[in-house]
Design a protein around this ligand. Sequence first.
Ligand code: BMA
Length: 837
Amino acid sequence: MFSQKSLYQKLDLAGQWEFKSRDSSKFMSAKVPGVNHLDLLNNAVIEDPFFRNNEKKIQWIGKKDWVYRRKFTVDASLLESDSVNLNCDGLDTFAHIYINGYHLAYSDNMHRRYSFNIKNHLIEGENSIKIIFDSHVEKALELYNSSQYEIPAQPNDIPFLAELKDYKISPYVRKAGYHFGWDWGPRFMTSGIWRDIYIESWNTAKLNELHLVQKEISKRKASINAKLEILVEKEKEISAEIYVNDELIQTTLLTIAKNNTDYQIPFEINSPKLWWPNGMGEQHLYSIKIILKNEDQILSEKTERIGIREIRLVTKPDEFGESFYFEVNGHPFFAKGANYIPSDNFLTRVDKARYLQTIAEAKKSNFNMLRVWGGGIYESDLFYDLCDEYGILVWQDFMFACSMYPDNNVFIENIKKEAIDNVKRIRNHASLALWCGNNEVEEAWRHWGWSKKYNKKNWIAYQKIFHKVLADVVEENNPEVRYWPSSPHSNSLDEDPRDITRGDLHYWAYRGPRLPINEFKKKKNIPRFISETGFQSFPEFESVKKFSLPEDWELFSPVMIQHQKSNEGNSIIPDYMVRHFKAPKDFEAFIYQAQLMQEKSMRIAHEAYLRAKPYCMGTLYWQINDCWPVASWATIDYYGKWKAQQYTMKELFKPIVVSINNEGDDFTVHAISDKMKPTKGKLVSKIFKIDGTLIWENEQYVKLKSNESKLVVNTSIKKILHGISEKEVYLRSYFVEKDKIVANNHYLFVSEKDFRLLKPQIKLKAEKAEKGYKLTFKTNTFSRKVFLSIVGIEGFFHTNYFDLSPDRDEIIFFETSQNIKDIEVKINTYSLVDSFL
Ligand code: BMA
């Protein structure tokens, strides 16, 4: 990266290390970045932690101290530098760092980046580094016991699993919340060097941080203020060269002084191309490089990639309460997406391919936003880079979830530094839309009985951390991005966070009293912005097979229970299924129906949110991904398989949606546009008998404004049916734009269990196409939720779990790099009727 003349050097310490538990005498090979569970797995000390009940068997790992070490060679030129630092971008968590036997530092926050001056501790030639990780469990217990009052912890911190009695230690430790267990996640108390570790040396000055603040954006130019944080070793006049997409556009002289780290250089980009979220335009990105030079010697350089855009969260009083919507480059838009949790319990397994898959699939599913949820991690640089490239905005929580937190100076200082580190690291990304203080902490205090049960000092700490410390960090380091104290939150601590007329809302109220799924669409449950709601299901049967054995294939087997972390999950899912579906004939059918149940409830919810536009202006459902194979709210399972709901979200997040609803005797059809410009088309609605006989037809020309939800059809079903049973008919509505069907929806007027499905004969014709196969399906009778699968072949069905109507062929693309002999025979079609007949 640097030319010969650079005075900056970097010595990477990643790669091969050795490790052992402190009480063992034998070192084994380790990989850095990594975590001890993976190193133990690679050395065959433990079995796959995700298989069957293995989670229980390896809780001992968190109770031990772990030692990591390696040797490295330093040459004279590095030692002669003005400054030599050891940088640790991620240590999980309580870590003693030794250089050549010298105890250099102790760190206690997995979310922070540390930099230590080590110039005086290195020698020319061979050196050693050793990091000892104290047991999280032991260390956290010390902190737990030193607290003067009880701090309520997230309900999924399951201490008994680790034989910790009822000591809930998670609030005291700055380690990813989900590592302690969650209602979709196991408890694995990892230790290790989980992000980059390297030595860097420089002379005179180092460009430590670069903040690119967009001042004014017009068609002609974007004015940008480059704020430089420079670590100065020698006072000098140096030059700063600014490159835009590798072209030198400006050189500025800077007089750097030892007592000053902050410098500013304004510059301009002519005729800027704007950055837009997915679905609204292109994702133009500019690479901005700044090189600090002393005459022709390079001192230090830094590159950041930005998108020219303005993002605002608009919260202003209106006739209903207060708006809550995002605006990009002056255009309000409906936020479409989901919550994102870390994609593995062992974080270093989430490699480039895995990130790329998730973000590319979010784009493919017409998302424009993801919420990085507060019980995980501040994501990797790669995650945000991909979000920039794919147009996925990021609602970024700080890493606090469902707990109260300590209020002592050491803790507060620690989280402040954590917040500064991460705000500085993430703030230049085009995709960053919002900083949010925490997940459900205000909600927990006010609605989970905590304010009555626990010491009020918890609430004082809350206000300090989330209304002062973190708010100030954002104000000082990233004032261009809005800070929102909690999710859900209304607009001040005087208001109820569950207020549906302002702020964001998590809707989970159906769970306790098990309210009917139609509750989702009731006006009283539709907020201005839904930042969580969801319904649990299981990964598809082929995925279940990967973590279990045939003897486990039963809902209440010990293994299936181990892979269901919500204590009410296995009773909620069947409870709702019996209301809507006929009894499944076997375990595979059960899993398939559970996915349909999830899809059905979330379709009802999301169609209602879309119909309620522009009152409601966004939905980030819970949750897109899993961190291990489990029953959960995820719509894509741990192995990357899409559940039924993911396909539905892809449809419902399209620019045009047709939504069907019925209350009482009437049914309605809405046409909903998410486009930035007005559009027009034809809305066709047809009611058929199961065998495809047309009973009723309606065609309407519709003009839609930008972001409009329009009621087009409102009529009585009884009048149409003239005595034909509702159990034998279905409605198909579709929107035609320029001769093309752009949205399509099917509707039953009764529950699936009452619908008179017949065994269909589904015919498939497959033709080879570029990158896969074109599949044409025909049926003789209406088929509900056709699930396509093909065992043993890597590939992706662009549509799945679809309704197939005899009046029309369904053409589906199967993407695969394989040439498949007899594909028509190998593709399995399974529809609702197969799950009970
Ligand atoms: C939400 C999240 C998580 C949880 C999910 C499902 O409130 O914030 O805490 O996993 O509910 O219960």
